[in-house]
Design a protein around this ligand. Sequence first.
Ligand SMILES: [Zn+2]
Ligand SMILES: [Zn+2]
Length: 233
Amino acid sequence: MKKLLDLIFLPRCAVCGEILMMEERKGFLCRDCAGAIPYFPKKVCPHCGNETENAGFCGFCMKHFAFASACAAFPYEEVRDAIHLFKYDGDQTIGYGLGELMAEYLLNDHAELLVKTDMMVSVPLHPKKEKHRGFNQTQILCERIAEKTGLLFEKKALERKRETIAQSELNPEERKQNLKDAFSAATDFTGKRVLLVDDIFTTGTTCNECAKELYRAGAKEVMVFTLSAAGTK
Ligand SMILES: [Zn+2]
Ligand SMILES: [Zn+2]
């Protein structure tokens, strides 16, 4: 019976992936998640879990990266099911809901990024992978963030030059090698402050390689914002 129900399209909660009750369907969250959206607590570094002052990555974590700052809306475990439904089952209404929540998070907790950012770019997929999946999940998140916040989203500003192995299958050193020179800027970023968006932050190699390329293409400052962070602690 459950299998059969899964085949029928049913609106699901954008955070936990639960099927929504009839009365919850006006929004995109179930009653539990709507009552307390499980955003990252403001004083916790999304990367190491230690206390921070600035609702983003702590100074110690930032020493390892080329980008100037980073923040994430959700702990990965909180949105794992929703990400799965969105990315692999292709439920784009969940992506829309997640993008909406990312926009809310920026508006409420990171107004400084909204003021600073000249343009938002998404981490690109290789065209073959995008074709296979049918969409780039991060691009969908960015489109919704742009609609809600007014940030300028440059869709094809960053490209993936070559195919790479899924990062999740590699150790940290292999991850670096895998992505070395994998990205190329397709726009002039001279003097621009860029908000780089991705869906999941794990070791940060992907965002770091993208940031290096953005700086190489002239960016003045690269700030990272992800839907979720898995933490390394
Ligand atoms: Zn929920
Ligand atoms: Zn940290």
